[in-house]
Ligand binder design. Structure first.
Ligand SMILES: NC(=O)c1ccc[n+]([C@@H]2O[C@H](COP(=O)([O-])OP(=O)(O)OC[C@H]3O[C@@H](n4cnc5c(N)ncnc54)[C@H](OP(=O)(O)O)[C@@H]3O)[C@@H](O)[C@H]2O)c1
Length: 121
């Protein structure tokens, strides 16, 4: 599983849950030190590479260097203060949603809107 943004926060929580479920994870981000620390905590199933998603050549190199990727997904979470629940989702709540999308072999692209009910208003 490739997790750009996997060095901290929600991405790192997804990485922990994915490793616990048996996946190998490749963490991506701009800060080498952050990625190293995250990968160490995750253990032997985790590797990392630096990447900057605002730089097309960096993104192209990142994916070109990957030997084998089953699926690539990106999750963009958007926090809305005026949501029905009036609170942000926890890292665990959002990580569970991402892992759900990975639980079948068909989904290769999806956008999550964990907005606490904003879209239901
Ligand atoms: N919907 C909700 O209820 C909810 C709740 C919490 C958070 N959020 C939102 O979800 C998003 C993620 O939250 P988070 O807590 O996980 O934040 P975070 O801890 O700051 O994680 C963002 C990760 O993305 C990486 N990153 C940032 N820019 C990058 C770039 N250009 N290229 C590659 N990697 C990049 C960062 O590493 P580097 O800086 O080292 O690149 C970092 O590891 C935020 O936008 C936040 O507002 C939503």
């Amino acid at each position: 599983m490739v997790l750009i943004g996997g060095g901290s926060g929600i991405g790192l929580r997804v990485a922990h849950q994915a490793v616990a479920a048996g996946a190998h994870v490749i963490l991506g981000g701009r800060t080498r030190e952050r990625l190293t620390a995250a990968a160490q905590k995750l253990g032997s199933r985790a590797t990392w590479r630096t990447v900057d998603t605002t730089d097309r050549s960096s993104l192209a190199s990142f994916f070109a260097e990957l030997d084998h990727v089953d699926r690539r997904e990106a999750a963009f979470a958007q926090y809305r203060r005026d949501s029905i629940l009036r609170r942000p989702g926890t890292e665990d709540e959002i990580a569970q949603s991402v892992l759900f999308l990975f639980s079948n072999g068909f989904t290769t692209g999806a956008t999550l809107y964990p907005d606490g009910g904003y879209t239901l208003r």
